[in-house]
Design a protein around this ligand. Structure first.
Ligand code: 13P
Ligand code: SF4
Length: 304
């Protein structure tokens, strides 16, 4: 009952502010339920770039709200929990990237969107897990610097002739899934397909029947004739998978697949942000302009 009331309040505030509520696929169920758009990092960036709304309430983590601010500087971008960060994004600093660039002069930098605006500003092009392969294929030359996710980088490198220079970053949540967990579940459920995100460790990825972004998982599980899936990504994805596929069974590959940052945002936080119009995420122009160049190059590549 209380939750219905707060949802009504949020809808009314969104209308009053001419706002749109974007939620990543890992958000809490009740946040996904009330969102105007749910999606992966790429879909949400595209939505932020194209929306007619004046206020973007970004239910995700800090780098995602920064991307929205970079792409839509004239809008007010609210991140209901300013403390929702991404430990992987924090693993690469501008200084570290500049050092890596100095060691490989002239080599193009491909930066996963899970990174700060300042790091994007020092990059040639961004990528997400949904388009990393196409992004790497689109750049000239035989070498690439790939930051910060070593796991996504090594997955993409398998399909490329280029020499990769990795940053040693990783997602602590996906890294918690161990190959032994998957082997055991596959034994217990021999009829299930194992689908995982490329942020998983390569030993886990090697066991997968399919590797894809979060949005890719919705399509794969919907279209597959299989009826049972072991899911190797953050638990929030189960909400829509179950809702959209009532006849199918989804087993989370490990109970440790919970990103604490993605779970911070509550309905109360959203209501409070829309009431006070804070916290706002705004990227300064001197960082925004070069960071936008890297994001725009990525967005120019058509999505499948
Ligand atoms: P995407 O599928 O949106 O790339 O999800 C990865 C992720 O961890 C976002 O933080
Ligand atoms: Fe960052 Fe991993 Fe959480 Fe995504 S799931 S926000 S990559 S820590």
């Amino acid at each position: 009952m209380y939750s219905e009331e707060i949802k009504r309040e949020i809808r009314a505030l969104l209308q009053k502010r001419n706002g749109v509520l974007l939620a990543h696929n890992y958000m809490r169920d009740e946040v996904q339920e009330i969102a105007d758009i749910t999606g992966d990092s790429l879909a949400l960036s595209m939505e932020a770039a194209g929306t007619a709304a004046e206020v973007i309430v970004f239910c995700g983590v800090h780098f995602m709200a920064e991307s929205a601010s970079i792409l839509a500087p004239e809008k007010t971008v609210l991140l209901p929990r300013l403390d929702a960060g991404c430990p992987m994004a924090d693993m690469v600093t501008v200084e570290g990237l500049l050092e890596l660039k100095a060691r490989h002069p002239g080599v193009p930098v491909v930066t996963y969107v899970n990174s700060s605006a300042a790091v994007k500003a020092e990059s040639d092009i961004c990528c997400t897990s949904a388009n990393a392969q196409k992004v790497v294929d689109s750049i000239p030359g035989s070498e690439v610097i790939f930051v910060p996710d070593r796991n996504l980088g090594s997955y993409v490198a398998r399909f490329s002739d280029k020499t990769f220079h990795f940053w040693d970053g990783y997602c602590p949540t996906h890294e918690r899934l161990k190959a032994e967990d998957v082997v055991r579940l596959k034994q217990e459920h021999p009829d299930a397909l194992f689908v995982c995100h490329p942020e998983c460790n390569p030993k886990v990825v090697a066991l997968a029947d399919h590797v894809c972004s979060t949005t890719g998982m919705y399509g794969f599980c919907r279209e597959s004739s299989a009826t049972k899936f072991i899911i190797g990504t953050e638990a929030g994805i189960l909400y829509r998978l179950k809702k959209e596929n009532p006849g199918k069974e989804f087993i989370l590959a490990s109970p440790a697949l919970i990103c604490p940052n993605m779970k911070l945002t509550s309905l109360e936080d959203i209501r409070d942000a829309l009431t006070s119009m804070a916290p706002v995420v705004k990227v300064p122009e001197e960082v925004r302009v070069p960071a936008k160049r890297a994001l725009d190059r990525m967005l120019a590549i058509p999505r499948d």
